[in-house]
Design a protein around this ligand. Structure first.
Ligand code: SF4
Ligand code: SF4
Length: 599
């Protein structure tokens, strides 16, 4: 085909995953939202010929895709790196089974922690689970590797992981489009020895897993997924993969490169053959020495982590630094341009965010609050600093229990409060609630039901339909809690500030488990825009109580013709939630007759 006839377009890595799955004849896809992979599912949902769904959590998403694969359909689950921990239980057994319909697990790692609680290197899951691992470098490769992963999965009878990173997920590159392959779906053919992992069958699979890995390793030695680029220099060979390869090419160090696309199992024979022609071999990889340690174990003399950081993204500057340290590149003669200093700014809850009044109440109540994962994690930061722990999705319920037991044993029992959002409630909070239902300790849980998975862009939860009517099925959080035998459940509207304060304060005082479900929806996701509020500066006494609610439109400023600073509300930003007006002791904050100015 001539270049002019090719259909080229710009795509992010996430968009390329979706396109690759569609072109490869993918049929069933499921995910749980989490940065950096959220947009994969958003794009897949645009294809009517793919069943694409948001699941309750990553484990369920994986199980949905496993079901599709068992039925012979090409299937995919996508998630952020910490999601693989949730999905690990079914995944570790699924990988024992001879895969039927091609199966790919797309994982987005986050080196540098741009929006995650840890930096976890997901490549180890491929080794741990005995499955294939592919690492693309560009958007084009992302699209192509999805098809390759599905083909490998079917040919070798194993699931495949395609590992991306935040920058690759979100950056754009040119991608050549192709037609969709028609899906071939045989349907589920019962075979207990294949699909029932009881010990007699599972024991046999241990041998099968080793055999298929050996076959794939041999395949990898000749696969075009792995590419050798000879610079002519013989002093050093670099082995690398993923986006790191692109950064390396950007600084153009004039070294020979073995760029690996299939990084588990490593094509050891190929590596040995190529490495034999060089004085030394450097491995450049992000985070942990995954390839380096395997190559050392295979008897190769390689170096890597002593020159390249074990943390953060290996961008071109950091790779250059490592190569200079290793003596492979000369230091830059001209000093790099100093980037202009950007003022640091603490992330903030949105204007009219329904979590703000809850944090304000908990701060004033001086409660010890166990946090959880969601946009309400911002309660850790200034000015509230009210959440004292933050570990993983749904962990607040277990942590609060353990903490209460330890306090009691130490004779230091005190009321404890936990928060959890509606998305997290359904993701992994249910088992925690079942566990805590019968506690005798003084524990209060505030469920922040804003009807959406707000942190990742507003995906649905089982409570979304209460507001939009769109979701097919609505699950009532109080009804679920009551079915668990939790009777002390109160529902409050947190924009009724003083009422909610009394509800929460009273709940904290009560012995045993009390739950307060606060019900205001996310202002951003549902585009809530009421008439804005303004400050009557003739009444304002500059007490700064309204500043304490920390809403972005509110500031103190000098009005024209006055010397002293008074409170001011930017009408373009105010969404009219009324919370600031409720905390003003002199009623200086009033509702306007019109909505704020739309952006
Ligand atoms: S009413 Fe007050 S608290 Fe609510 S959005 Fe406007 S400025 Fe913020
Ligand atoms: S709370 Fe009321 S009186 Fe106090 S600064 Fe704000 S507007 Fe002025």
């Amino acid at each position: 085909m001539r270049v002019s006839e090719r259909t080229l377009t710009l795509m992010t890595g996430n968009e390329a995953v979706a396109r690759g799955f569609w072109e490869a004849g993918g049929v069933v896809a499921a995910s749980y939202p989490g940065s950096p992979t959220v947009e994969i599912m958003e794009r897949l949902k645009e294809h009517e010929d793919i069943h694409a769904e948001w699941a309750m959590n990553e484990k369920v998403a994986l199980e949905i895709a496993i079901g599709g694969s068992f039925a012979g359909a090409r299937s995919m689950a996508s998630m952020k790196h910490v999601g693989i921990n949730i999905a690990a239980d079914p995944f570790m057994t699924f990988t024992q089974i001879r895969t039927k319909g091609g199966f790919v697990l797309v994982v987005g790692d986050d080196p540098g922690l741009s929006s995650s609680q840890n930096e976890q290197d997901s490549r180890f899951f491929a080794k741990f689970a005995n499955c294939a691992l592919l690492e693309p470098s560009t958007a084009q490769e992302v699209k192509d590797f999805i098809g390759e992963a599905l083909a490998i999965s079917e040919e070798f009878g194993m699931p495949a992981i395609v590992k991306l990173t935040s920058t690759l997920c979100h950056s754009r590159g040119e991608v050549e489009l192709s037609e969709r392959k028609p899906p071939q779906i045989e349907g589920f053919v019962p075979d207990q020895s294949r699909y029932c992992m009881l010990p007699p069958y599972a024991n046999v699979q241990q041998h099968f897993m080793q055999e298929r890995l050996a076959k794939l390793r041999t395949h990898g030695n000749a696969s075009p997924l792995n590419r050798y680029e000879d610079s002519g220099r013989r002093d050093a060979l670099v082995i690398t993969a993923g986006l790191t390869y692109e950064y390396l090419r950007e600084i153009n160090p004039n070294v020979s490169v073995l760029k690996l696309g299939l990084t588990y199992p490593l094509p050891v024979e190929l590596i040995k053959e190529v490495a034999a022609g060089y004085d030394r071999v450097l491995v450049i990889e992000e985070l942990m020495p995954f390839m380096e340690e395997q190559l050392l174990a295979h008897g190769l003399t390689v170096e890597g982590k002593k020159y390249f950081s074990f943390t953060g993204e290996l961008n071109s500057d950091r790779i250059r630094e490592g190569l200079v340290k290793a003596g492979v590149m000369a230091p830059l003669e001209i000093s790099a341009e100093v980037a202009p200093a950007v003022p640091r700014r603490t992330p903030m809850l949105c204007a009219g965010c329904p979590h703000r009044p809850v944090f304000h109440i908990l701060q004033k109540a001086k409660a010890t609050v166990i946090g959880d994962i969601g946009c309400y994690s911002l309660g850790i930061l200034e000015p509230f600093e009210v959440l004292k722990t933050n570990l993983s999705m749904g962990a607040s319920l277990g942590i609060i229990q353990g903490m209460a037991k330890a306090h009691k044993t130490a004779g230091k029992a005190k009321p404890l409060v936990a928060v959890i959002g509606d998305g997290t409630f359904f993701h992994s909070g249910l088992s925690g609630f079942a566990d805590i239902a019968n506690t005798k300790d003084n524990i209060t849980v505030v469920v922040l039901d804003n009807r959406t998975t707000a942190m990742t862009g507003g995906q649905i939860t089982p409570t979304t339909g209460e507001l939009t009517g769109e979701a097919s099925h609505i699950i009532s959080i109080p009804a679920v809690l009551k079915s668990f035998g939790i009777n002390d459940v109160t529902v409050a509207d947190q924009f009724e500030h003083s009422k909610t304060r009394s509800v929460i304060v009273e709940a904290i005082k009560r012995e045993g488990l009390s739950v307060v479900v606060v019900t205001r929806p996310c202002a951003l996701n549902f585009r809530i825009r009421e008439p804005h509020y303004y400050v009557d500066r003739e009444i304002c006494i500059s007490c700064r109580s309204c500043i304490g609610v920390n809403c972005p439109p509110i500031s103190m400023q000098v009005y024209e013709g006055y010397d002293k600073k008074n409170s001011y509300i930017n009408p373009e930003m105010c969404v009219g939630c009324s919370v600031c007006s409720q905390v003003c002791p002199v009623k200086a904050i009033k509702k306007s007759s019109q909505a704020g100015v739309e952006e």
